[in-house]
Design a protein around this ligand. Structure first.
Ligand code: ZN
Length: 277
């Protein structure tokens, strides 16, 4: 199997997808991250655009979901979509929500993380530089996904979704596996002072380990390490970083910065395939 960063890269029917090895080893789970390849969209959305509402036709996006799900092994009917707005709200979903945001409109707004303990409820998280997190509790067979751009990271999206799983499912953070999917890396995420101030305002973050001052009012931030710090503060020990930078791989992945925002969207999907027996 090929690799990209620390991730495994497969291709089925001409549609590539990425996986994390620690999640692949869990027999009760199925997960995959899309790339920008293998879809039918054209122009600035070429070819695998999984983002509705970006200007591409809904028919194209839905066909892209069908192709991606067929290749990666999901049922389109099981998908449930976030409604990401760079906040930290978490929503528990279940069987009744299958299809929301994909096959029908979703009844929620401002939801950057989804959790469930029901099988065949496939949680979708979107990104094109922002960090997609996947969480799995093998003891309770419970999962979560979360979207953490710099705002969500500074506001502790990671710790918030861990706490939500503790409350909803009795998850012990020590048992949790957390995966960090394709997103902009420390190599490319250059920021200026307002972003740095937001990070310095979060006492759980260790600036010396996730920020590098470059001079001229610019810093580089390591969003992967920042999220890992927040997860460790929440008691999580098993963290797998995909180490795959969207901005460094503009042919394979959507990057908001590399395209100046003229782009499609990627999706990561996580689903429980076996109920706890
Ligand atoms: Zn990079």
């Amino acid at each position: 199997m090929k690799t990209a960063g620390n991730m495994l890269l497969s291709k089925v029917n001409g549609v590539p997808f990425l996986q994390l090895s620690s999640f692949r080893e869990q027999p009760w789970l199925h997960h995959a991250f899309a790339t920008r390849q293998g879809g039918i969209s054209s122009g600035i959305y070429a070819t695998m655009n999984l983002g509705f509402g970006r200007g591409d036709t809904d028919a194209n996006v839905l066909e892209n979901y069908r192709r991606f799900c067929a290749a990666a092994g999901f049922c389109v009917e099981d998908l449930v979509a976030t409604a990401q707005t760079h906040k930290t709200e978490v929503l528990r979903v279940g069987q009744k929500d299958r299809g929301a945001g994909i096959l029908r409109s979703k009844p929620w707004h401002d939801i950057d993380a989804l959790i469930t303990n029901e099988p065949h409820v496939a949680l979708c998280v979107y990104g094109a530089d922002c960090v997609p997190l996947m969480l799995a509790d093998p003891v309770h067979h419970a999962i979560g996904v979360a979207h953490a751009g710099w705002r969500g990271t500074a506001a502790n999206m990671a710790g918030t979704v861990v706490a939500a799983m503790q409350q909803a499912f009795g998850t012990n953070p020590i048992d949790l596996l957390v995966g960090i999917g394709p997103s902009i890396g420390p190599c490319c995420f250059e920021v200026d002072e307002p972003v740095v101030k937001a990070f310095l305002a979060n006492p759980l973050l260790l600036p010396q380990d996730c920020m590098t001052e470059k001079g001229g009012g610019k810093w580089n931030i390591d969003l992967w390490e920042a999220n890992a710090q927040l997860l460790r503060s929440a008691g999580v020990q098993k963290i797998e970083k995909g180490m795959l930078c969207t901005h460094c791989h503009p042919d394979l992945l959507w990057s908001h910065r590399a395209t100046n925002g003229k782009r499609g969207g990627m999706c990561g999907i996580l689903c429980i395939t076996e109920a706890l027996s």
